[in-house]
Design a protein around this ligand. Sequence first.
Ligand code: SAM
Length: 291
Amino acid sequence: MNYRHIYHAGNFADVLKHAVLARLVTYLKQKDKAFRVLDTHAGIGLYDLSGEEAQRTGEWRDGIGRLLADPVPPAVAPILAPYLEAIAALNPEGGMTHYPGSPKLTRLLMRPQDRLSAMELHPDDYETLHRLFDGDYQSRITELDGWLALGAHLPPKEKRGLVLVDPPFEEPGEYERLEKGLAKAYRRFPGGTFCLWYPLKQGAPVAEFHESLVALNIPKMLCCELTVKSDRGTTGLTGTGLIIVNPPFTLKGELDVLLPFLKDRLKQDRFASARAIWLRGEERDPPDDAD
Ligand code: SAM
C-alpha cells in the first residue's frame, strides 16, 4: 500500500468528488430520519495543504486552489455551498490550509442523529484518522479492508444512507473490483445511495467498466466525468469519474450546471470536457460509442 492521499488532497478529482458528496449528504438531510454514511476508503480525514507532502506535488493548486481563486457565479454557488461552507469552517482565518477529506466533510455536514462508519487500511493513516475522530460518538473508525465492509456493514441499521467507495486504484483490476463490490453492496442495500470513484487516464477501460455496470441491471445509475487535459503523452490522471446509484432526483440537473463550470475553471488545456449521463435510468443516454 504505497498510496497516500496527502499528495493528492484538494486536486481536481477531489473537488468534483467532494462537491458531489456534499450534495448527497445535504439531500439526505431533507428528511428528519437518521442516516449513515459508510466511507470504505477514508484516508486521514483532514489535510494540511501547507505541509511538505501537499506542497511537494502542489496538486491542490489546480483543484481547490483554482476553484477558490475567483468568485463562484450565482448559478453555481448554491450547488457548491455545502462543500465550500465546510471548507470555510475549517479555515476561519481565510486562506486554504486545512482541506477536508471525505469523512471530515461528511462529519461537518451531519446532524446529531446521523452516523459515520469509516474504514482505512493503511496502518499510519488509520491511526491519524482514528485520532481525528477520537471521542466522537457519532463516528466509528475501523482498520478494515473497505471491500469487506461492503458485505459486513450493509445494510446499515438506520436503513437510510450513502456508501462512498473511493479506492486508490494502485492495483490492476480495480475497475472490476468496483463493479463486483457494487453488485454485492447493492444486493444487501438496494435502497441506499452509492457513490463510486474511478480515474480517467490513458488506456483506462472505462467503456468496458460502464458496460459491466449497465449489465448489473440496477435501475438508477448516473455517471459524471470531468477531464481536465489531453491524455496524450502522459500516463497520469487526466480526468475523474463518479458513478452515483440511486441519486437524488435533483442531482442530474445540478450536475448539468456544475460540470460546465468546473470544466472551465479547472481545465488545463483545450481538450478538457465534462458530462453527466444516465448509465441506467428513465432518460437513458446513448452508449459511449454513439457520441
Ligand atoms: N476518500 C478519501 C477522500 O475523499 O478524502 C480519499 C481516499 S484515498 C483515494 C484511498 C484510501 O484508501 C487511502 O487512504 C488508502 O490507504 C486506503 N486503502 C487502500 N486500500 C484499502 C482497503 N482495501 N480498505 C480500506 N482502505 C484502503
